[in-house]
Design a protein around this ligand. Sequence first.
Ligand code: ADP
Length: 486
Amino acid sequence: MDVDGIAKASGSGDLFLAGEWRAAADGRTYGVTDPATGAVIREVSAAGPRDSAEAVDVAAEALDGWRTTSRRRRSEILHDMHAAMRDHADALARLITLENGKAYRDAKAEVFYAAEFFRWFAEEAVRIGSSFGDAPAGGFRHLVRKQAVGVTAFVTPWNFPAAMATRKIAPALAAGCTVILKPAPDTPLTALAVAGLLKEVGLPDGVCSVLPTDRAAEVADVWFRDDRVRKFSFTGSTATGRILLRQAAEHVVNVTMELGGNAPFIVCPDADIDSAVRGAMDAKMRGGGEVCIAANRFYVHEDVADEFTAKFGAAMASVRIGPGLAEGTELGPMINEAAVAKIWGLVDDAITKGAKVAAQGPTPDGPGWYFPATVLTDVPEDAELLRTEVFGPVAPILTYRDENEMLKRANDAEHGLASYVYSGSLERALRIGDRLDAGMVGLNRGLISDPAAPFGGVKQSGLGREGGREGIDAFLETKYIAVDWP
Ligand code: ADP
């Protein structure tokens, strides 16, 4: 299937509800744009409260059938979905690049990463455990069962249009839950294509609905008023996460929150600098830096700062920027005009306060929301850039002499998602890793995401974990049954 085929599978931009492609109940649509040109790619149906309410009805009706479907059958559907996404990897990657802007090679990597959640959770679906034991006082026994939480609702961001959806959908389906997904307004087409493929591999109607919209709050509001929605999983900014947490409190809904990050990238004096530079490029530049685990602050030991800055600066300045679908592009456009303005604001603030531009790549002429790869040095501690997730290809380099003092600065952040440490000594790297306030640490590694590992943050980076053994637990309730059996 090519992009047109996928477009057909994604219902020409209609809502995917009750296993059908449908216009919004009130007929509203909105335009999805290509960040490389600013042009509208497709008009998409915009779900409203009525569609959202219907999606809850549909998910509630489908729940019994799905949670009683054998684990083996659920697992087979997930395995088939993994294969289907890989079979359509080129078309899906083109769709991601079209609506998100990221370089095609990043989009292709995303498709494989996204597909892998289906394989991992297909394997987990058949291993959901129960236990049976004796009460210590005797006289009865404990049966502990794991059961699907029920109807689940998701809100996802635009930076990984496929993977942020599948990271939630796959474990939910594995656990026996039914799903309603509201993708980001900027990138609904990939999520719709994922829904189309789920239908193709035999997921029963109503088990997974996808509601694109440009009126997120109205759609989500419906879920928080309906007691049948028992789980809410969100990936996005900390500011929006706070609002949604408050809403979830109303019906004490089980939540998973994957929120913002502000990852430190630490280069120790004994690090292999070439390897640290490669890791820095991975950690900073994947997806154009529009990644919540992207390295946001580089703490480099004084003894190696000149060498690291020179080599990393050269690598950043030579990054090939252009339309994501153009041959050889490494850095595509940012998601939209507001994103570019926000990054310039942070860079200008840092420069006004004394930062220097150590290296900068080119910006293409013509249309598109581009931001050049940029390395800053002499960044003062009061620069907004160090407190705010930049979400772009900008790397501020800070130096340090004393490890304890550096750790204090690295941990002085409201977020605690990812972090990175480069050192020639495993003992030192583990010591620093242990003391970092972060849910994830890359030791001599710039790429850490893996569907088989638990992804998530501490502090204001969120609640809960996705992926790994923990990922499915988020969709299971524990039921304890006391059995009168001496
Ligand atoms: P960003 O700044 O990247 O757009 P957001 O956290 O605002 O980050 O958006 C992430 C997702 O949250 C998107 O799908 C967006 O539509 C959705 N969203 C934003 N505000 C709300 C809200 N009040 N209720 C439900 N979803 C929301």
